[in-house]
Design a protein around this ligand. Structure first.
Ligand code: NAD
Length: 270
Protein backbone atom coordinates (compact mmCIF):
# COMPACT_ATOMS: atom_id res chain seq x y z
CA UNK A 1 0.00 0.00 0.00
CA UNK A 2 1.04 3.65 -0.19
CA UNK A 3 1.04 6.43 -2.77
CA UNK A 4 3.84 4.77 -4.75
CA UNK A 5 2.72 1.16 -4.30
CA UNK A 6 4.00 -1.08 -7.09
CA UNK A 7 6.34 1.57 -8.47
CA UNK A 8 10.02 1.01 -9.16
CA UNK A 9 12.36 3.99 -8.81
CA UNK A 10 16.01 4.80 -9.39
CA UNK A 11 17.40 7.67 -7.33
CA UNK A 12 20.85 8.98 -8.17
CA UNK A 13 22.87 10.57 -5.38
CA UNK A 14 20.82 8.49 -2.93
CA UNK A 15 23.69 7.64 -0.58
CA UNK A 16 23.33 11.01 1.10
CA UNK A 17 21.22 14.11 1.69
CA UNK A 18 18.13 14.76 -0.41
CA UNK A 19 18.49 11.52 -2.38
CA UNK A 20 18.73 9.44 0.77
CA UNK A 21 15.71 11.17 2.35
CA UNK A 22 13.77 10.60 -0.86
CA UNK A 23 14.71 6.91 -0.96
CA UNK A 24 13.36 6.55 2.59
CA UNK A 25 10.15 8.40 1.75
CA UNK A 26 9.66 6.38 -1.45
CA UNK A 27 10.07 3.06 0.40
CA UNK A 28 7.68 4.29 3.10
CA UNK A 29 5.16 4.95 0.33
CA UNK A 30 5.47 1.48 -1.14
CA UNK A 31 8.04 1.92 -3.92
CA UNK A 32 11.02 -0.32 -4.61
CA UNK A 33 14.16 1.76 -4.96
CA UNK A 34 17.54 1.44 -6.61
CA UNK A 35 20.05 3.54 -4.64
CA UNK A 36 22.44 4.81 -7.33
CA UNK A 37 25.59 6.61 -6.20
CA UNK A 38 29.35 6.40 -6.23
CA UNK A 39 29.83 6.28 -2.45
CA UNK A 40 29.65 2.48 -2.12
CA UNK A 41 29.83 2.18 1.68
CA UNK A 42 27.17 4.80 2.31
CA UNK A 43 25.02 3.44 -0.52
CA UNK A 44 25.08 -0.11 0.83
CA UNK A 45 24.28 1.22 4.32
CA UNK A 46 21.27 3.19 3.05
CA UNK A 47 19.94 0.14 1.19
CA UNK A 48 20.31 -2.03 4.32
CA UNK A 49 18.66 0.63 6.49
CA UNK A 50 15.67 0.75 4.16
CA UNK A 51 14.96 -2.98 4.39
CA UNK A 52 17.51 -4.66 2.14
CA UNK A 53 17.60 -5.80 -1.46
CA UNK A 54 13.87 -6.32 -2.06
CA UNK A 55 13.00 -2.79 -0.95
CA UNK A 56 16.20 -0.89 -1.64
CA UNK A 57 19.14 -2.12 -3.68
CA UNK A 58 22.46 -0.31 -4.03
CA UNK A 59 23.97 -0.04 -7.50
CA UNK A 60 27.19 1.85 -8.13
CA UNK A 61 26.40 4.46 -10.75
CA UNK A 62 28.59 7.42 -11.64
CA UNK A 63 26.19 9.61 -13.61
CA UNK A 64 29.07 10.90 -15.75
CA UNK A 65 29.50 7.34 -17.05
CA UNK A 66 26.76 6.55 -19.57
CA UNK A 67 27.37 2.79 -19.43
CA UNK A 68 26.78 2.84 -15.67
CA UNK A 69 23.57 4.85 -16.03
CA UNK A 70 22.33 2.45 -18.72
CA UNK A 71 23.25 -0.48 -16.47
CA UNK A 72 21.30 0.97 -13.52
CA UNK A 73 18.19 1.27 -15.71
CA UNK A 74 18.67 -2.27 -17.01
CA UNK A 75 19.16 -3.54 -13.46
CA UNK A 76 15.89 -1.97 -12.29
CA UNK A 77 14.02 -3.57 -15.18
CA UNK A 78 15.75 -6.94 -14.68
CA UNK A 79 14.98 -7.01 -10.94
CA UNK A 80 11.45 -5.62 -10.98
CA UNK A 81 10.16 -5.85 -14.55
CA UNK A 82 9.77 -2.13 -15.19
CA UNK A 83 10.95 1.38 -14.26
CA UNK A 84 8.38 3.95 -13.15
CA UNK A 85 10.42 6.77 -11.63
CA UNK A 86 13.88 8.08 -12.48
CA UNK A 87 15.07 10.74 -10.03
CA UNK A 88 18.17 12.44 -11.46
CA UNK A 89 19.30 13.99 -8.21
CA UNK A 90 23.10 13.56 -8.07
CA UNK A 91 24.88 16.88 -8.10
CA UNK A 92 28.05 18.67 -7.03
CA UNK A 93 28.87 22.29 -6.28
CA UNK A 94 32.39 22.14 -7.67
CA UNK A 95 35.72 23.19 -6.24
CA UNK A 96 34.61 26.01 -4.00
CA UNK A 97 31.33 27.58 -3.04
CA UNK A 98 32.73 31.08 -2.86
CA UNK A 99 33.67 30.70 -6.50
CA UNK A 100 35.49 34.01 -6.82
CA UNK A 101 35.35 36.53 -9.66
CA UNK A 102 34.38 35.38 -13.13
CA UNK A 103 37.83 36.40 -14.46
CA UNK A 104 39.40 33.60 -12.42
CA UNK A 105 36.80 30.93 -13.20
CA UNK A 106 38.40 27.48 -13.25
CA UNK A 107 37.32 25.95 -16.57
CA UNK A 108 38.26 22.39 -15.60
CA UNK A 109 36.02 22.76 -12.56
CA UNK A 110 33.31 24.20 -14.83
CA UNK A 111 33.50 21.07 -17.01
CA UNK A 112 33.32 18.76 -13.98
CA UNK A 113 30.22 20.49 -12.62
CA UNK A 114 28.53 20.36 -16.04
CA UNK A 115 29.44 16.69 -16.47
CA UNK A 116 27.63 15.72 -13.27
CA UNK A 117 24.84 18.28 -12.93
CA UNK A 118 23.80 18.66 -16.58
CA UNK A 119 25.20 15.81 -18.65
CA UNK A 120 24.44 13.36 -15.82
CA UNK A 121 20.82 14.51 -15.79
CA UNK A 122 20.56 14.34 -19.58
CA UNK A 123 22.00 10.82 -19.54
CA UNK A 124 19.48 9.77 -16.90
CA UNK A 125 16.62 11.18 -18.96
CA UNK A 126 17.85 9.39 -22.07
CA UNK A 127 18.03 5.96 -20.47
CA UNK A 128 14.88 6.35 -18.41
CA UNK A 129 13.00 7.26 -21.60
CA UNK A 130 14.38 4.11 -23.24
CA UNK A 131 12.69 2.04 -20.51
CA UNK A 132 9.55 4.14 -20.07
CA UNK A 133 8.40 5.14 -23.56
CA UNK A 134 7.61 1.57 -24.72
CA UNK A 135 5.13 1.30 -21.81
CA UNK A 136 3.77 4.83 -22.39
CA UNK A 137 4.20 5.65 -18.73
CA UNK A 138 6.76 6.92 -16.30
CA UNK A 139 7.94 9.90 -14.34
CA UNK A 140 11.35 11.56 -14.52
CA UNK A 141 12.38 13.99 -11.79
CA UNK A 142 15.50 16.13 -11.78
CA UNK A 143 16.98 18.17 -8.95
CA UNK A 144 17.63 21.75 -10.01
CA UNK A 145 18.04 24.56 -7.45
CA UNK A 146 16.90 28.06 -6.59
CA UNK A 147 20.40 28.94 -7.85
CA UNK A 148 19.26 27.97 -11.34
CA UNK A 149 16.46 30.53 -11.20
CA UNK A 150 18.22 33.33 -9.32
CA UNK A 151 21.69 33.00 -10.79
CA UNK A 152 23.58 35.03 -8.25
CA UNK A 153 23.44 32.94 -5.10
CA UNK A 154 26.01 30.25 -6.00
CA UNK A 155 29.13 29.72 -8.11
CA UNK A 156 28.77 30.35 -11.84
CA UNK A 157 29.12 26.77 -13.07
CA UNK A 158 26.71 25.47 -10.44
CA UNK A 159 24.07 28.12 -11.17
CA UNK A 160 24.20 27.71 -14.93
CA UNK A 161 24.15 23.91 -14.66
CA UNK A 162 20.92 24.16 -12.68
CA UNK A 163 19.37 26.69 -15.11
CA UNK A 164 20.22 24.18 -17.82
CA UNK A 165 18.58 21.34 -15.88
CA UNK A 166 15.33 23.30 -15.95
CA UNK A 167 15.79 23.82 -19.69
CA UNK A 168 16.49 20.14 -20.24
CA UNK A 169 13.40 19.22 -18.22
CA UNK A 170 11.18 21.52 -20.29
CA UNK A 171 12.58 20.25 -23.54
CA UNK A 172 12.27 16.57 -22.56
CA UNK A 173 8.78 17.14 -21.15
CA UNK A 174 7.65 18.71 -24.43
CA UNK A 175 8.84 15.70 -26.38
CA UNK A 176 7.76 12.99 -23.97
CA UNK A 177 4.27 14.24 -23.01
CA UNK A 178 2.70 12.69 -26.08
CA UNK A 179 4.57 9.47 -25.34
CA UNK A 180 3.18 9.12 -21.81
CA UNK A 181 6.22 10.14 -19.78
CA UNK A 182 6.24 13.13 -17.42
CA UNK A 183 9.39 15.14 -16.68
CA UNK A 184 9.63 17.64 -13.83
CA UNK A 185 12.26 19.51 -11.84
CA UNK A 186 12.40 20.17 -8.12
CA UNK A 187 14.31 23.21 -6.85
CA UNK A 188 15.40 23.09 -3.22
CA UNK A 189 17.17 25.78 -1.25
CA UNK A 190 19.58 25.88 1.69
CA UNK A 191 19.34 22.40 3.24
CA UNK A 192 21.93 21.12 5.71
CA UNK A 193 23.05 18.11 3.66
CA UNK A 194 26.73 17.29 3.25
CA UNK A 195 26.90 19.58 0.20
CA UNK A 196 24.97 22.35 1.94
CA UNK A 197 26.98 22.11 5.13
CA UNK A 198 30.28 22.25 3.25
CA UNK A 199 29.17 25.41 1.44
CA UNK A 200 28.15 27.10 4.67
CA UNK A 201 31.40 26.10 6.40
CA UNK A 202 33.25 27.76 3.56
CA UNK A 203 31.07 30.88 3.77
CA UNK A 204 31.84 31.11 7.49
CA UNK A 205 35.57 30.59 6.92
CA UNK A 206 35.53 27.34 8.94
CA UNK A 207 37.73 24.35 8.11
CA UNK A 208 35.80 22.03 5.78
CA UNK A 209 36.46 18.99 7.97
CA UNK A 210 37.21 18.48 11.63
CA UNK A 211 34.33 20.41 13.16
CA UNK A 212 34.31 21.55 16.75
CA UNK A 213 31.05 21.89 18.68
CA UNK A 214 31.09 25.69 18.31
CA UNK A 215 31.41 25.30 14.54
CA UNK A 216 28.41 23.02 14.39
CA UNK A 217 26.30 25.54 16.26
CA UNK A 218 27.34 28.37 13.91
CA UNK A 219 26.50 26.23 10.87
CA UNK A 220 23.16 25.19 12.34
CA UNK A 221 22.30 28.84 12.95
CA UNK A 222 22.90 29.72 9.29
CA UNK A 223 20.52 27.00 8.08
CA UNK A 224 17.85 27.45 10.71
CA UNK A 225 17.95 31.23 11.07
CA UNK A 226 19.79 33.07 8.24
CA UNK A 227 18.50 30.81 5.43
CA UNK A 228 15.11 30.29 6.97
CA UNK A 229 12.40 32.02 4.97
CA UNK A 230 9.36 30.61 6.73
CA UNK A 231 7.78 31.86 9.92
CA UNK A 232 6.36 29.69 12.66
CA UNK A 233 9.60 27.83 13.30
CA UNK A 234 9.41 25.80 10.08
CA UNK A 235 12.90 24.78 8.95
CA UNK A 236 13.44 23.31 5.49
CA UNK A 237 14.68 19.71 5.63
CA UNK A 238 15.67 17.15 3.02
CA UNK A 239 12.41 15.36 3.93
CA UNK A 240 10.41 18.31 2.60
CA UNK A 241 12.02 17.83 -0.81
CA UNK A 242 11.44 14.09 -0.52
CA UNK A 243 7.70 14.60 0.04
CA UNK A 244 7.48 16.91 -2.98
CA UNK A 245 9.16 14.13 -4.97
CA UNK A 246 6.61 11.59 -3.69
CA UNK A 247 3.80 13.84 -4.90
CA UNK A 248 5.33 14.39 -8.35
CA UNK A 249 6.07 10.67 -8.70
CA UNK A 250 2.56 9.65 -7.67
CA UNK A 251 -0.50 9.35 -9.87
CA UNK A 252 -1.88 12.44 -8.08
CA UNK A 253 0.49 14.41 -10.35
CA UNK A 254 -0.47 12.50 -13.51
CA UNK A 255 -1.18 15.68 -15.51
CA UNK A 256 1.81 17.68 -14.25
CA UNK A 257 4.80 17.85 -16.57
CA UNK A 258 7.46 20.36 -17.60
CA UNK A 259 7.21 22.01 -14.19
CA UNK A 260 9.91 23.28 -11.83
CA UNK A 261 8.59 22.92 -8.30
CA UNK A 262 10.31 25.31 -5.89
CA UNK A 263 10.72 23.91 -2.38
CA UNK A 264 12.23 27.03 -0.88
CA UNK A 265 9.84 28.69 1.56
CA UNK A 266 9.50 31.67 -0.77
CA UNK A 267 13.22 32.43 -1.20
CA UNK A 268 12.97 32.65 -4.98
CA UNK A 269 10.05 35.11 -4.90
CA UNK A 270 11.50 37.31 -2.17
P1 NAD B 1 24.82 15.56 -0.87
O1 NAD B 1 26.23 15.91 -1.13
O2 NAD B 1 24.40 15.17 0.50
O3 NAD B 1 24.35 14.40 -1.86
C1 NAD B 1 24.76 14.33 -3.20
C2 NAD B 1 25.00 12.88 -3.55
O4 NAD B 1 25.31 12.81 -4.96
C3 NAD B 1 26.17 12.25 -2.80
O5 NAD B 1 25.78 11.04 -2.20
C4 NAD B 1 27.20 12.04 -3.88
O6 NAD B 1 28.02 10.89 -3.68
C5 NAD B 1 26.34 11.87 -5.11
N1 NAD B 1 27.09 12.12 -6.35
C6 NAD B 1 27.95 13.13 -6.62
N2 NAD B 1 28.47 12.98 -7.83
C7 NAD B 1 27.92 11.86 -8.35
C8 NAD B 1 28.07 11.17 -9.59
N3 NAD B 1 28.92 11.61 -10.54
N4 NAD B 1 27.35 10.05 -9.79
C9 NAD B 1 26.51 9.60 -8.83
N5 NAD B 1 26.33 10.19 -7.66
C10 NAD B 1 27.04 11.32 -7.41
O7 NAD B 1 24.02 16.85 -1.36
P2 NAD B 1 22.44 17.16 -1.51
O8 NAD B 1 22.27 18.51 -0.97
O9 NAD B 1 21.59 16.06 -1.04
O10 NAD B 1 22.36 17.26 -3.11
C11 NAD B 1 21.39 16.59 -3.89
C12 NAD B 1 20.94 17.49 -5.02
O11 NAD B 1 20.25 18.61 -4.47
C13 NAD B 1 22.08 18.06 -5.85
O12 NAD B 1 21.72 18.01 -7.22
C14 NAD B 1 22.18 19.49 -5.37
O13 NAD B 1 22.72 20.34 -6.35
C15 NAD B 1 20.72 19.79 -5.09
N6 NAD B 1 20.46 20.94 -4.22
C16 NAD B 1 20.83 20.94 -2.90
C17 NAD B 1 20.54 22.03 -2.12
C18 NAD B 1 20.92 22.11 -0.66
O14 NAD B 1 20.72 23.13 -0.04
N7 NAD B 1 21.46 21.06 -0.06
C19 NAD B 1 19.86 23.15 -2.65
C20 NAD B 1 19.48 23.11 -3.98
C21 NAD B 1 19.78 22.00 -4.76
Amino acid sequence: SGRLAGKVAIITGAASGIGKATAAEFVKNGAKVIIADLQDDLGHAVAAELGGPDMAFYARCDVTNEAQVAAAVDLAVARHGHLDVMFNNAGIIGGTYMGGPIESMDMADFDRVMAVNLRGVATGIKHAARAMVPRSQGCILCTASTAGVLGGSAPHAYSVSKTAVVGMVRSAAAELAARGVRVNAISPYGIATSMGTRAVREMLGLPLVGAGAGDEEAVRRVFEEDFNEMGGGVVLRAEDVARAAVFLASDDARYITGHNLMVDGGFSVG
